[in-house]
Design a protein around this ligand. Structure first.
Ligand code: PA5
Length: 450
């Protein structure tokens, strides 16, 4: 299992000279990550986590997952951003986006607290009606509004249904070891709790209890996920630049940025990767989008989006010199989970016999090649990321690959890849409008009232 880069469609846009020129910077950035000497170095816990996470807490995750699997029909996972995207990405990648509808799935897993939609919460409550429920609320800070609101509602629902004692057996909390309102509440109520390590930021936390508990409840093998991440660390952290796909990816996206690209589009040819794309968008968007810098991370699912955005990608947005403003990073999953052949039809009225007998996986792979060629002809560089299959080890490997590449890429860009100072701005305004007293309350209220 590995992640390989196929650079054959990008060679026309990135020369060996470009790569040789940036190589020193990328190697220095990697060294900064390894030595922990860069900005945000208090948040490097993800770097060695795969090597040392099989702790007492890890065993408790497995035991809790088994208990949850035995005791409910519906498992509600409450969290937002880094406390949500990784687990959902894993379940959809390893299992299926149709996980809940597949025969035999139990418990069904729903995600809540990732928006403030009343309709979405009401629908979920009605789905839970008459079912046995367990809840895992995940919030590192323990004070994020969206999950806190959802959890208050589900806590009340569980206490009404099972009594306070019964609810305690069904509520699992993942939060900071020491601080935050959620920690206070969990201690007060005696809920079983898991720790988000203080030295790992939300978007780098999927391989901790944040992701692993819900992923284990879905029936995925979390040992295999961690072993994939261990292998990635071994393969990528010391390998020389020329043969290190992680460093080459970080190099290529920085070269793209320096040559005027504004957007990196992550493309996949299967909807099972849609949430992985969302996880990646947060990782790169929140890590690099600061100080007026950074590529905008966007994503598409092909061939679906070729019928909506294909025209834009092929011939659209360019800068004043007619250079295209985006490039594509494309997932190519080599092995099919299952396959179906196009049947022959003796009348061939739909004129499909030319692909009769071919499998959908083969046709999808052909669409990928055809699109990479067409888009490169349209001056949109295509970098292909080859994966073996949609399994646990590959998921763990990919997570580590992108986290390490993000840290290296961010340092090369000249920013701190581990903070997110900008996300507070809307929250401060919202809190002031809702009447929550805090820093600059009066100043914000008077600005918003004008
Ligand atoms: O990556 C991040 O830090 C954020 O996306 C957080 O994960 C998100 O805001 C949720 O925060 P918390 O886990 O504190 O509720």
């Amino acid at each position: 299992m590995s992640v390989k880069l196929n650079e054959s469609y990008i060679g026309r846009f990135v020369s060996e000279k470009d790569m040789a020129e940036i190589r020193g910077e990328i190697e220095r950035s990697l060294q900064t990550v390894k030595e922990g000497t860069g900005a945000g170095n208090g948040y490097l816990g993800w770097r060695d986590l795969p090597l040392n996470y099989r702790t007492e807490e890890y065993n408790r995750i497995k035991t809790a997952a088994e208990k949850i699997r035995r005791s409910c029909d519906v498992f509600v996972v409450i969290g937002i951003g880094g406390s949500y995207l990784g687990a959902r990405a894993a379940i959809e990648f390893i299992k299926s986006p149709k996980f809940n509808e597949l025969p035999g799935t139990s418990p069904k897993i729903y995600f809540s607290g990732n928006d403030i939609s009343a309709a979405s919460l009401s629908e979920l409550i009605s789905i839970c009606d008459g079912k046995d429920i367990c809840v895992n609320v995940i919030s590192k800070s323990g004070k994020t509004t969206e999950p806190a609101v959802s959890f208050r509602i589900f806590r009340e629902l569980l206490e009404k249904k099972y009594g306070e004692e019964g609810a305690r057996e069904r509520i699992f909390v993942t939060t900071d070891a020491h601080k935050g309102a959620l920690k206070t509440l969990a201690d007060d109520k005696g809920y079983e709790s898991f720790v988000v390590p203080g030295n790992i930021g939300g978007r780098y936390s999927v391989l901790t209890s944040v992701g692993l508990l819900p992923i284990a409840v879905a029936g995925c093998d979390i040992d295999a996920i961690l072993s994939g991440a261990v292998k990635a660390r071994k393969d990528l952290i010391d390998a020389p630049f020329d043969v290190n796909p992680c460093l080459r990816y970080a190099a290529i996206r920085n070269i793209m940025y320096r040559t005027g690209k504004k957007v990196e589009i992550l493309a996949a040819y299967d909807g099972a990767l849609a949430m992985l794309n969302e996880w990646w968008k947060q990782l790169y968007g929140e890590s690099e989008g600061k100080e007026g810098k950074g590529l905008i991370p966007d994503s598409v699912i092909y061939t679906t989006d070729l019928h909506s955005l294909g025209q834009m990608v092929q011939e659209g947005a360019s800068d004043e010199n007619f250079n295209r403003i985006f490039f594509e990073t494309v997932f190519d999953v080599k092995n099919a989970r299952s396959d179906i052949s196009v049947p022959f039809d003796k009348d061939d009225l739909d004129e499909l016999n030319y692909i009769g007998g071919r499998t959908l996986h083969e046709i999808n792979a052909t669409a990928l090649k055809a699109t990479a060629l067409a888009h490169s002809d349209g001056n949109v560089p295509n970098l292909i990321v080859e994966l073996d299959s949609r399994d646990e080890k590959t998921f763990g490997y990919l997570v580590y690959f992108f986290e390490l590449a993000c840290a290296v890429s961010g340092y090369t860009l000249g920013i701190n890849p581990f903070d997110q100072p900008g996300v507070e701005a809307y929250k401060n305004n919202m809190f002031a409008l809702l009447g929550k007293k805090g820093e600059k309350f009066d100043e914000i209220r008077s600005k918003l009232n004008k």
